[in-house]
Design a protein around this ligand. Structure first.
Ligand SMILES: C[S@@+](CC[C@H](N)C(=O)[O-])C[C@H]1O[C@@H](n2cnc3c(N)ncnc32)[C@H](O)[C@@H]1O
Length: 434
């Protein structure tokens, strides 16, 4: 496809998103199914543009004085992809697949947009207006925090120490420009590609197929490290889902001790079996409500219970930018009720002297500090302990990481954000039972 047709397709997809409010991933794959002539390069280019536009759609709409999908896509090309006004005008006017010649007003707005510094704060932060105060409550510079969520995310990789080591993995992924993580000793980072560049295809690389490495955000890896020294212990991953944290925990345990992986929604556990096999993790017992499994026998027996709680996913807005605009106050409220339930349930499996790790990939106080405060008010045997100390005890923090993490600490745990740590947003807390 020529750029003209690709731009028109991006406008069509963004229009569908604005009209139907469905997950953008589904809209893009549906578009691909209906337009089979588009090759993989075209689809990557189009979805790259659409996702960039969605990340910053409010600020672009403000600068263009028009928040229509057409204005936002044209503005994304100008302000994010750095295309000249002439290049955009030529592509738009191209027959027969262009989106239609630019109007005089569009040309003027592309060349002389409004100053973003004059926009209201939530527009500068590219946040829905109702969310901005939630961000402002947890950050000294909410605009900067919000803007950091508009960037493309890098791909972080966890080197599976059950099967490989960092030097070997670095060599195996050299073609993808993988570099060492500044936070986790056994992690690599493939930087996000520039605007219309294609991301390297990591999946087909042998290192992935053989289980030497796993894709996992460094923030998620740090969350697993908060379980501390777990080798030989009895560990429960209560909200295991597809097993991201389970795999990291099993590797930290060097296959010694036992992990019990559970999820209230047994269907979510489906990918875990293949992933465990590939990773060479042999100390994980998956229990599922789907086949009548239960955790009853484990009450008050766990050294560590890991609660990777369901959440709004606000920390992952760089990767799933549509969720920033689709989140509602009602959804946020239901998540907090689920968090209280998961925390309460998890606590029943912790033995005296054991630890309860509470993690969300959300930055909001409502899903983190407030939940912990509520829980601690009625569970006096639990108290907050130092999550950074727990991480450091694994020996897997990268040099210098400790100082960076110290800046993220508060009385309940640590909050990671794209602006502060260059990771997805996470909250990580460690409680100890007396
Ligand atoms: C954030 S996701 C887990 C992601 C997973 N740990 C990973 O690293 O890939 C949260 C999971 O918690 C599950 N869940 C929600 N409430 C639960 C509860 N009370 N007990 C167990 N699982 C629960 C959900 O079904 C969902 O799969």
């Amino acid at each position: 496809m020529r750029d003209a047709g690709r731009i028109d397709a991006a406008i069509e997809i963004l229009t569908e998103f604005e009209n139907r409010h469905l997950p953008i991933k589904d809209i893009i794959s549906n578009w691909g199914r209906m337009n089979r002539y588009a090759g993989s390069g075209d689809r990557a280019w189009i979805s790259g543009l659409v996702l960039d536009a969605i990340r910053s759609k409010q600020s672009i709409g403000w600068r263009m004085e028009d928040d229509s999908p057409r204005a936002v896509i044209l503005g994304a090309l100008r302000f994010l992809w750095d295309w000249s006004g002439q290049r955009i005008a030529d592509a738009a006017a191209e027959e027969p697949h262009g989106a239609g010649a630019l109007s005089e007003v569009e040309s003027t707005r592309l060349s002389e947009p409004r100053e973003i510094s004059d926009a209201p704060a939530h527009v500068q932060a590219d946040m829905p207006e109702w969310i901005y105060p939630l961000l402002a409550a947890v950050s000294d510079d909410p605009v900067e925090e919000g803007q950091a969520f508009t960037g493309r995310a890098p791909v972080d990789i966890r080197v599976n120490l059950l099967k490989s080591d960092v030097a070997k993995a670095e060599k195996a992924l050299a073609a993808a420009n993988a570099e060492r993580s500044a936070l986790v000793a056994n992690a690599l980072r493939v930087p996000a590609p520039d605007a219309d560049a294609k991301a390297p295809a990591l999946g087909p690389m042998p290192a992935f197929g053989k289980g030497f490495v796993e894709v996992q955000d460094a923030g998620s890896q740090l969350a697993a490290l908060a379980a501390g020294k777990v080798e030989g212990l009895q560990v429960m991953d209560l909200c295991a889902g597809a097993g991201g944290k389970t795999l990291a925990l099993a590797a930290m345990m060097a296959n010694k001790g036992q992990v019990y992986a559970w999820d209230a929604d047994g269907r979510r556990l489906k990918p875990i079996f293949d992933r465990l096999r590939r990773a060479g993790a042999r100390n994980v017992q998956v229990r599922s409500p789907l086949d009548g499994g239960s955790l009853e026998d484990l009450a008050a027996r766990m050294d560590v219970v890991f609660v990777d709680a369901p959440c709004s996913g606000s920390g992952t807005w760089r990767r799933k930018p549509d969720t920033k605009w689709r989140l509602s106050p009602q959804q946020l409220e239901s998540r907090t009720a689920e968090q209280d339930a998961a925390l309460l349930e998890g606590s029943t499996y912790v033995k005296p002297g054991g630890r309860l790790i509470y993690v969300t990939c959300s930055i909001f106080r409502e899903e983190n500090e407030d939940r912990l405060k509520t829980f601690l008010a009625t569970h006096e045997r639990f108290s907050v302990v130092d999550p950074i100390e727990a991480m450091a005890s694994t020996g897997l923090l990268a040099e210098g990481a400790r100082e960076r993490l110290e800046a993220c600490r508060n009385e309940y745990g640590i909050r990671l954000t794209p602006a502060r740590t260059g990771t997805d947003g996470f909250f990580i807390s460690v409680l100890q039972k007396s």
